[in-house]
Design a protein around this ligand. Sequence first.
Ligand code: FES
Length: 63
Amino acid sequence: MYVCVCKAITDKELRLAIEEGANTTQSLREKLGCINQCGMCEQQVCEIRDQVVNKNLETALPC
Ligand code: FES
């Protein structure tokens, strides 16, 4: 599914970029170019970033 229509960025591309370390809005903006034009994708980009970061935190924590 497209998250950023202006730059044709999908949720898969976004998740991959976050997994690779671009876990701030600014770094995602620089790496993918999302949120750089109309800005309509910002909320969804942030939600997906939070999902991925929180998932990684849960799996990184010891039992
Ligand atoms: S939808 Fe992402 S900048 Fe327009």
